[in-house]
Design a protein around this ligand. Sequence first.
Ligand SMILES: Nc1nc2c(ncn2[C@@H]2O[C@H](COP(=O)(O)OP(=O)(O)OP(=O)(O)O)[C@@H](O)[C@H]2O)c(=O)[nH]1
Length: 348
Amino acid sequence: MSISAFMRIASGMVLAQELMTLTPPLNDVEPTDIHLLTGMLDTMTDHVFLLRVEGERYRLVYCNEAMERFMNPTQESFCGRFLDDIVPDPGAYQQVADNYARARAVGHVIRYEESTEGFDAAPLTFFETTISPLVARDGNTVYICGISRDITARRSAELALKQTNERLAQQLAENHRLHEILHEEAIRDPLTNLFNRRYFLESLNREMNLAQRERHPVTLMMLDIDHFKKLNDQHGHVVGDQVLVEFSERLKEGMRKADVVCRWGGEEFLIMMPGLSQEDAYRRMLEWREINSPMVFKVADQRLTIRFSSGLATAPQNGVTADELITATDKALYLAKEAGRDQVKLSG
Ligand SMILES: Nc1nc2c(ncn2[C@@H]2O[C@H](COP(=O)(O)OP(=O)(O)OP(=O)(O)O)[C@@H](O)[C@H]2O)c(=O)[nH]1
């Protein structure tokens, strides 16, 4: 007979003796029942153990073969040792002891997850453990019996799944961010960051339909920097670009949130003002001009002064489609240019 087989039989006998000599007795248990039981327990892959309660300490009096092999590969004597000796790490021991105290307090089976972190000579493994207090007739808990199932593989799979999910969530957020950037780039003019022509036309068509249904006005205003070619010729294209950027900023600052400000092309800007009558839009434009015309910039140590012309047209009186309204606005702007520039003209 091998040493380990002998030890298993001895362990069964120890358990039988343990349970039979209890005062007061645990139950009407026969030694043959115990041998049968330990034989069965040794066929299990789960860890089965029995701890005797000795004051505040727990002494391991039985563990099945699977647990013995796992915890004690050197085959040194394992049963009979106190738990605080088997689990030397105070934090890890406290966790185990807390669970036992909880089971003793509630007086029935409890289940929890634990790991071998802080255990002596055991590889890091995760267990799902079920323990039960065995209570003697006098009401005292004399044993804690338990069964631990190795859930390391499940835990690893769960962890891998969690990590995969986190990665996917990150990827999704990144895709969303890129999508937003692409969308922004698709609707904005790269130099001035104002809305581009395509976005403006989409918005205007939508707004015109809504305005028709709800019977509210939509006013368009077109602005064009006067003699911009001259500015470019005198100061260079780069300075011209800076003027366009600065002019766009001031334009945005002066408009309402609901207004759509667009770079229509070159040095031409188009603004949609939903719900604003021509009179109100005109008044606002004059107020804005008071502050901003002439517009003075300091670009590359030079003081530049620009002036601009604008035209206003309002739906429905100057046009009921987007095309009609833009044409009317363009004509009003042309009138302003024809009249000597640096002014606002109304359509019709
Ligand atoms: N710097 C710069 N210049 C531009 C840009 N787009 C168009 N332009 C210039 O804007 C100028 C527009 O000139 P014109 O259409 O003759 O208009 P203008 O000189 O402002 O004359 P009026 O509008 O009649 O007052 C041209 O010289 C274009 O090259 C741009 O993105 N950057």
